[in-house]
Design a protein around this ligand. Sequence first.
Ligand code: 3I7
Length: 336
Amino acid sequence: MSSQYPELRGYYHLRETIGSGGFAKVKLAYHALTGEKVAIKIMDKRALGEDLPRVKTEIAAMQELCHQHICKLYQVIETEEKFYMILEYCPEGELFDYIVSKDRLDEEEARIFFRQIVAAVAYIHNSGYAHRDLKPENLLLDEDQNLKLIDFGLCAKPKGGMDNHLLTCCGSPAYAAPELISGKQYLGSEADIWSMGVLLYALLCGYLPFDDEKLSHLYRKIQSGKYEVPEWLSEETIDLLARMLQTDPKRRITISSILEHPWLNHGFNVPVEWASKYKRTLDDDCLTELAVHYGKSRQHMETVVSRWKYDYLTATYFLLLEKKMTGRPVRLLHRP
Ligand SMILES: [NH3+]CCCOc1cc(-c2cn[nH]c2)ccc1C(=O)Nc1ccccc1
Protein backbone atom coordinates (compact mmCIF):
# COMPACT_ATOMS: atom_id res chain seq x y z
CA MET A 1 0.00 0.00 0.00
CA SER A 2 2.72 2.49 0.97
CA SER A 3 4.20 2.07 -2.53
CA GLN A 4 1.03 3.75 -3.80
CA TYR A 5 1.52 6.62 -1.31
CA PRO A 6 5.33 6.98 -1.01
CA GLU A 7 5.01 10.40 0.65
CA LEU A 8 3.43 8.78 3.72
CA ARG A 9 6.02 6.01 4.24
CA GLY A 10 7.58 6.09 7.71
CA TYR A 11 5.22 8.86 8.86
CA TYR A 12 1.81 7.14 8.66
CA HIS A 13 0.80 3.48 8.52
CA LEU A 14 -2.20 3.26 6.18
CA ARG A 15 -5.18 1.00 6.86
CA GLU A 16 -8.61 0.57 5.27
CA THR A 17 -10.71 3.14 3.40
CA ILE A 18 -13.31 4.58 5.83
CA GLY A 19 -15.17 6.93 3.57
CA SER A 20 -15.28 8.42 0.16
CA GLY A 21 -17.21 11.33 -1.18
CA GLY A 22 -17.05 12.56 -4.72
CA PHE A 23 -13.46 13.40 -5.52
CA ALA A 24 -11.85 12.19 -2.29
CA LYS A 25 -10.98 8.90 -0.62
CA VAL A 26 -10.59 8.84 3.18
CA LYS A 27 -8.39 6.20 4.79
CA LEU A 28 -7.74 5.26 8.40
CA ALA A 29 -4.04 5.54 9.32
CA TYR A 30 -1.73 5.52 12.34
CA HIS A 31 0.64 8.44 13.01
CA ALA A 32 3.96 6.63 13.42
CA LEU A 33 5.48 8.77 16.20
CA THR A 34 2.46 8.79 18.53
CA GLY A 35 0.58 5.65 17.43
CA GLU A 36 -2.57 7.85 17.27
CA LYS A 37 -5.29 7.05 14.70
CA VAL A 38 -5.94 9.70 12.02
CA ALA A 39 -8.09 10.00 8.89
CA ILE A 40 -6.23 10.80 5.68
CA LYS A 41 -8.31 12.47 2.94
CA ILE A 42 -6.60 11.73 -0.38
CA MET A 43 -7.46 13.71 -3.51
CA ASP A 44 -6.10 13.24 -7.00
CA LYS A 45 -5.47 16.59 -8.67
CA ARG A 46 -6.38 15.37 -12.17
CA ALA A 47 -9.68 13.89 -10.93
CA LEU A 48 -10.47 17.14 -9.08
CA GLY A 49 -10.71 19.14 -12.30
CA GLU A 50 -12.55 22.39 -11.64
CA ASP A 51 -13.09 21.30 -8.03
CA LEU A 52 -9.39 22.02 -7.33
CA PRO A 53 -10.13 25.47 -5.81
CA ARG A 54 -12.47 23.77 -3.30
CA VAL A 55 -9.51 21.92 -1.82
CA LYS A 56 -7.47 25.09 -1.45
CA THR A 57 -10.49 26.80 0.15
CA GLU A 58 -10.92 23.91 2.58
CA ILE A 59 -7.22 23.78 3.52
CA ALA A 60 -7.01 27.54 4.10
CA ALA A 61 -10.18 27.52 6.24
CA MET A 62 -9.26 24.44 8.30
CA GLN A 63 -5.80 25.85 9.06
CA GLU A 64 -7.50 28.87 10.65
CA LEU A 65 -10.39 27.09 12.38
CA CYS A 66 -9.35 25.30 15.58
CA HIS A 67 -12.41 24.20 17.59
CA GLN A 68 -13.61 21.24 19.67
CA HIS A 69 -16.54 20.63 17.25
CA ILE A 70 -14.60 21.04 14.00
CA CYS A 71 -12.65 18.06 12.63
CA LYS A 72 -9.02 19.06 13.31
CA LEU A 73 -6.59 19.38 10.39
CA TYR A 74 -3.16 18.10 11.47
CA GLN A 75 -1.05 18.13 8.31
CA VAL A 76 -1.20 18.91 4.59
CA ILE A 77 0.97 17.14 2.01
CA GLU A 78 0.88 18.33 -1.61
CA THR A 79 2.63 16.45 -4.43
CA GLU A 80 2.57 16.73 -8.22
CA GLU A 81 -0.52 14.53 -8.47
CA LYS A 82 -2.16 14.53 -5.03
CA PHE A 83 -3.34 16.42 -1.96
CA TYR A 84 -3.31 14.65 1.41
CA MET A 85 -5.17 16.15 4.38
CA ILE A 86 -4.35 14.43 7.68
CA LEU A 87 -7.44 14.89 9.87
CA GLU A 88 -8.83 14.03 13.29
CA TYR A 89 -10.27 10.49 13.34
CA CYS A 90 -14.00 10.17 14.08
CA PRO A 91 -14.71 6.44 14.61
CA GLU A 92 -18.51 6.66 15.02
CA GLY A 93 -19.20 7.87 11.48
CA GLU A 94 -21.80 10.32 10.18
CA LEU A 95 -24.64 11.87 12.19
CA PHE A 96 -26.76 11.05 9.13
CA ASP A 97 -26.37 7.29 9.73
CA TYR A 98 -26.95 7.73 13.47
CA ILE A 99 -30.32 9.45 12.86
CA VAL A 100 -31.32 6.75 10.34
CA SER A 101 -30.39 4.03 12.85
CA LYS A 102 -32.67 5.59 15.50
CA ASP A 103 -35.44 6.69 13.12
CA ARG A 104 -35.49 10.09 14.87
CA LEU A 105 -34.01 11.55 18.08
CA ASP A 106 -35.94 12.66 21.15
CA GLU A 107 -35.67 16.33 22.16
CA GLU A 108 -33.03 15.71 24.85
CA GLU A 109 -30.64 13.90 22.53
CA ALA A 110 -31.30 16.32 19.66
CA ARG A 111 -30.60 19.22 22.02
CA ILE A 112 -27.19 17.84 23.05
CA PHE A 113 -26.16 17.49 19.41
CA PHE A 114 -27.68 20.82 18.36
CA ARG A 115 -25.85 22.69 21.14
CA GLN A 116 -22.58 21.36 19.67
CA ILE A 117 -23.60 22.38 16.13
CA VAL A 118 -24.56 25.89 17.35
CA ALA A 119 -21.17 26.14 19.13
CA ALA A 120 -19.29 25.22 15.94
CA VAL A 121 -21.31 27.62 13.75
CA ALA A 122 -21.05 30.49 16.27
CA TYR A 123 -17.26 30.01 16.27
CA ILE A 124 -17.10 29.81 12.44
CA HIS A 125 -19.23 32.97 11.99
CA ASN A 126 -17.25 34.78 14.67
CA SER A 127 -14.09 33.87 12.74
CA GLY A 128 -15.53 35.55 9.61
CA TYR A 129 -16.46 32.33 7.79
CA ALA A 130 -19.68 30.69 6.61
CA HIS A 131 -19.73 26.89 6.10
CA ARG A 132 -22.48 26.82 3.41
CA ASP A 133 -22.91 23.04 3.34
CA LEU A 134 -24.28 22.18 6.78
CA LYS A 135 -25.99 18.75 6.76
CA PRO A 136 -25.86 15.51 8.83
CA GLU A 137 -23.49 13.90 6.29
CA ASN A 138 -20.92 16.55 7.22
CA LEU A 139 -21.15 16.00 10.97
CA LEU A 140 -19.09 13.09 12.28
CA LEU A 141 -19.13 11.43 15.71
CA ASP A 142 -15.95 10.86 17.71
CA GLU A 143 -15.46 8.08 20.26
CA ASP A 144 -17.31 10.12 22.94
CA GLN A 145 -20.29 10.83 20.66
CA ASN A 146 -19.14 14.44 20.20
CA LEU A 147 -19.83 16.06 16.82
CA LYS A 148 -17.04 17.19 14.49
CA LEU A 149 -17.87 19.32 11.44
CA ILE A 150 -16.16 18.46 8.15
CA ASP A 151 -16.07 19.57 4.51
CA PHE A 152 -15.15 23.24 4.34
CA GLY A 153 -14.79 23.00 0.59
CA LEU A 154 -17.72 25.34 0.00
CA CYS A 155 -17.11 27.69 2.91
CA ALA A 156 -16.73 31.40 2.29
CA LYS A 157 -14.78 34.14 3.99
CA PRO A 158 -16.29 37.20 2.28
CA LYS A 159 -13.67 39.90 1.98
CA GLY A 160 -14.29 42.64 4.54
CA GLY A 161 -16.17 40.41 6.94
CA MET A 162 -19.45 38.54 7.00
CA ASP A 163 -21.67 41.33 5.79
CA ASN A 164 -20.40 41.05 2.22
CA HIS A 165 -22.81 39.29 -0.10
CA LEU A 166 -22.05 36.04 -1.87
CA LEU A 167 -23.28 34.84 -5.24
CA THR A 168 -22.13 31.29 -5.84
CA CYS A 169 -25.00 28.92 -5.43
CA CYS A 170 -23.77 25.83 -3.62
CA GLY A 171 -24.37 23.19 -1.00
CA SER A 172 -27.02 20.47 -1.01
CA PRO A 173 -30.42 21.60 -2.42
CA ALA A 174 -32.56 20.21 0.44
CA TYR A 175 -30.55 22.30 2.96
CA ALA A 176 -30.23 25.42 0.76
CA ALA A 177 -31.89 28.69 1.83
CA PRO A 178 -34.56 30.28 -0.43
CA GLU A 179 -32.42 33.35 -1.18
CA LEU A 180 -29.56 31.06 -2.22
CA ILE A 181 -31.61 29.00 -4.69
CA SER A 182 -33.28 32.08 -6.17
CA GLY A 183 -29.84 33.29 -7.27
CA LYS A 184 -30.14 36.49 -5.26
CA GLN A 185 -27.19 37.94 -3.40
CA TYR A 186 -27.12 36.40 0.07
CA LEU A 187 -25.18 36.35 3.33
CA GLY A 188 -23.41 33.06 4.05
CA SER A 189 -24.18 33.39 7.76
CA GLU A 190 -27.94 33.75 7.10
CA ALA A 191 -27.91 30.77 4.72
CA ASP A 192 -26.12 28.69 7.40
CA ILE A 193 -28.93 29.45 9.89
CA TRP A 194 -31.54 28.16 7.40
CA SER A 195 -29.49 24.95 6.90
CA MET A 196 -29.34 24.53 10.68
CA GLY A 197 -33.14 24.74 10.75
CA VAL A 198 -33.36 21.94 8.18
CA LEU A 199 -30.78 20.00 10.23
CA LEU A 200 -32.72 20.40 13.50
CA TYR A 201 -35.91 19.30 11.74
CA ALA A 202 -34.10 16.21 10.37
CA LEU A 203 -32.78 15.35 13.88
CA LEU A 204 -36.26 15.57 15.45
CA CYS A 205 -38.34 14.08 12.63
CA GLY A 206 -36.01 11.67 10.79
CA TYR A 207 -37.02 13.16 7.43
CA LEU A 208 -36.57 16.50 5.64
CA PRO A 209 -38.94 19.51 5.91
CA PHE A 210 -38.67 20.17 2.16
CA ASP A 211 -38.27 17.19 -0.14
CA ASP A 212 -39.18 16.24 -3.71
CA GLU A 213 -37.66 14.09 -6.47
CA LYS A 214 -38.11 16.94 -8.95
CA LEU A 215 -35.61 19.76 -8.25
CA SER A 216 -38.01 22.44 -9.49
CA HIS A 217 -40.71 21.16 -7.10
CA LEU A 218 -38.19 21.05 -4.23
CA TYR A 219 -37.20 24.66 -4.93
CA ARG A 220 -40.85 25.73 -4.92
CA LYS A 221 -41.41 24.05 -1.54
CA ILE A 222 -38.32 25.74 -0.05
CA GLN A 223 -39.38 29.15 -1.37
CA SER A 224 -42.88 28.66 0.08
CA GLY A 225 -41.30 28.01 3.48
CA LYS A 226 -44.20 25.68 4.29
CA TYR A 227 -43.42 22.40 6.06
CA GLU A 228 -45.34 19.79 8.01
CA VAL A 229 -45.22 20.12 11.82
CA PRO A 230 -45.55 16.63 13.38
CA GLU A 231 -47.59 16.32 16.58
CA TRP A 232 -44.58 15.17 18.70
CA LEU A 233 -42.80 18.54 18.47
CA SER A 234 -43.06 20.81 21.56
CA GLU A 235 -44.14 24.47 21.38
CA GLU A 236 -40.55 25.65 22.04
CA THR A 237 -39.26 23.44 19.22
CA ILE A 238 -41.89 24.73 16.82
CA ASP A 239 -40.96 28.30 17.75
CA LEU A 240 -37.22 27.81 17.17
CA LEU A 241 -37.77 25.97 13.87
CA ALA A 242 -40.08 28.75 12.64
CA ARG A 243 -37.45 31.40 13.39
CA MET A 244 -34.70 29.48 11.57
CA LEU A 245 -36.87 28.43 8.59
CA GLN A 246 -37.90 32.04 8.00
CA THR A 247 -37.84 32.62 4.21
CA ASP A 248 -36.94 36.30 4.62
CA PRO A 249 -33.20 36.23 5.54
CA LYS A 250 -33.49 39.67 7.14
CA ARG A 251 -36.14 38.38 9.58
CA ARG A 252 -34.36 35.07 10.19
CA ILE A 253 -33.00 34.46 13.72
CA THR A 254 -29.27 35.12 14.19
CA ILE A 255 -26.77 32.78 15.83
CA SER A 256 -26.57 35.02 18.93
CA SER A 257 -30.37 34.87 19.39
CA ILE A 258 -30.29 31.09 18.92
CA LEU A 259 -27.76 30.94 21.79
CA GLU A 260 -30.42 32.57 24.02
CA HIS A 261 -33.44 30.61 22.78
CA PRO A 262 -35.35 28.71 25.55
CA TRP A 263 -35.35 25.45 23.54
CA LEU A 264 -31.55 25.36 23.36
CA ASN A 265 -31.20 26.01 27.12
CA HIS A 266 -34.07 23.80 28.34
CA GLY A 267 -32.70 21.68 31.20
CA PHE A 268 -29.28 23.38 31.04
CA ASN A 269 -28.22 26.08 33.48
CA VAL A 270 -25.11 27.08 31.53
CA PRO A 271 -25.21 28.75 28.10
CA VAL A 272 -23.50 27.07 25.13
CA GLU A 273 -19.73 27.60 25.46
CA TRP A 274 -18.97 28.26 21.81
CA ALA A 275 -15.45 29.71 22.20
CA SER A 276 -12.62 27.41 21.11
CA LYS A 277 -11.17 25.27 23.91
CA TYR A 278 -7.81 25.24 22.11
CA LYS A 279 -5.29 27.54 23.82
CA ARG A 280 -3.21 30.08 21.89
CA THR A 281 -0.09 29.35 23.95
CA LEU A 282 1.91 26.18 23.24
CA ASP A 283 1.73 23.33 25.75
CA ASP A 284 4.87 22.88 27.84
CA ASP A 285 4.73 19.08 28.21
CA CYS A 286 4.31 18.62 24.46
CA LEU A 287 7.21 20.96 23.64
CA THR A 288 9.44 19.21 26.18
CA GLU A 289 8.68 15.74 24.74
CA LEU A 290 9.36 17.04 21.22
CA ALA A 291 12.65 18.63 22.36
CA VAL A 292 13.77 15.34 23.94
CA HIS A 293 12.81 13.36 20.83
CA TYR A 294 14.52 15.67 18.33
CA GLY A 295 17.48 16.43 20.65
CA LYS A 296 16.81 20.17 20.48
CA SER A 297 16.21 22.84 23.13
CA ARG A 298 12.65 23.53 24.28
CA GLN A 299 13.07 27.10 23.06
CA HIS A 300 14.06 25.87 19.57
CA MET A 301 10.96 23.59 19.47
CA GLU A 302 8.73 26.49 20.53
CA THR A 303 10.11 28.62 17.67
CA VAL A 304 9.68 25.89 15.04
CA VAL A 305 6.22 24.67 16.18
CA SER A 306 4.97 28.29 16.27
CA ARG A 307 5.46 28.53 12.51
CA TRP A 308 2.37 26.26 12.13
CA LYS A 309 3.59 24.87 8.79
CA TYR A 310 1.05 22.01 8.94
CA ASP A 311 3.91 19.61 8.32
CA TYR A 312 4.70 16.41 10.26
CA LEU A 313 5.83 18.48 13.26
CA THR A 314 2.49 20.30 13.43
CA ALA A 315 0.68 16.95 13.30
CA THR A 316 2.95 15.47 16.00
CA TYR A 317 2.40 18.49 18.27
CA PHE A 318 -1.43 18.37 17.90
CA LEU A 319 -1.51 14.59 18.44
CA LEU A 320 0.63 14.87 21.58
CA LEU A 321 -1.80 17.57 22.77
CA GLU A 322 -4.70 15.21 21.97
CA LYS A 323 -3.07 12.55 24.18
CA LYS A 324 -2.71 15.08 27.00
CA MET A 325 -6.31 16.34 26.66
CA THR A 326 -7.56 12.75 26.92
CA GLY A 327 -5.43 11.99 30.00
CA ARG A 328 -2.85 9.75 28.32
CA PRO A 329 0.96 10.01 28.66
CA VAL A 330 2.53 12.80 26.59
CA ARG A 331 5.05 10.43 25.00
CA LEU A 332 6.42 9.74 21.51
CA LEU A 333 7.21 6.19 20.36
CA HIS A 334 10.97 6.17 19.88
CA ARG A 335 11.04 3.26 17.45
CA PRO A 336 9.19 4.63 14.36
N1 3I7 B 1 -19.64 12.41 4.32
C1 3I7 B 1 -18.33 12.08 4.88
C2 3I7 B 1 -17.62 11.01 4.06
C3 3I7 B 1 -16.23 10.82 4.63
O1 3I7 B 1 -15.56 12.06 4.47
C4 3I7 B 1 -14.69 12.49 5.43
C5 3I7 B 1 -14.38 11.74 6.57
C6 3I7 B 1 -13.48 12.24 7.50
C7 3I7 B 1 -13.16 11.48 8.69
C8 3I7 B 1 -13.48 10.17 8.93
N2 3I7 B 1 -13.00 9.87 10.14
N3 3I7 B 1 -12.42 10.96 10.65
C9 3I7 B 1 -12.50 11.97 9.78
C10 3I7 B 1 -12.89 13.49 7.32
C11 3I7 B 1 -13.19 14.23 6.21
C12 3I7 B 1 -14.09 13.75 5.27
C13 3I7 B 1 -14.39 14.61 4.11
O2 3I7 B 1 -14.02 15.77 4.11
N4 3I7 B 1 -15.04 14.04 3.07
C14 3I7 B 1 -15.33 14.69 1.88
C15 3I7 B 1 -15.87 15.96 1.87
C16 3I7 B 1 -16.13 16.58 0.64
C17 3I7 B 1 -15.85 15.94 -0.56
C18 3I7 B 1 -15.30 14.67 -0.52
C19 3I7 B 1 -15.04 14.05 0.69
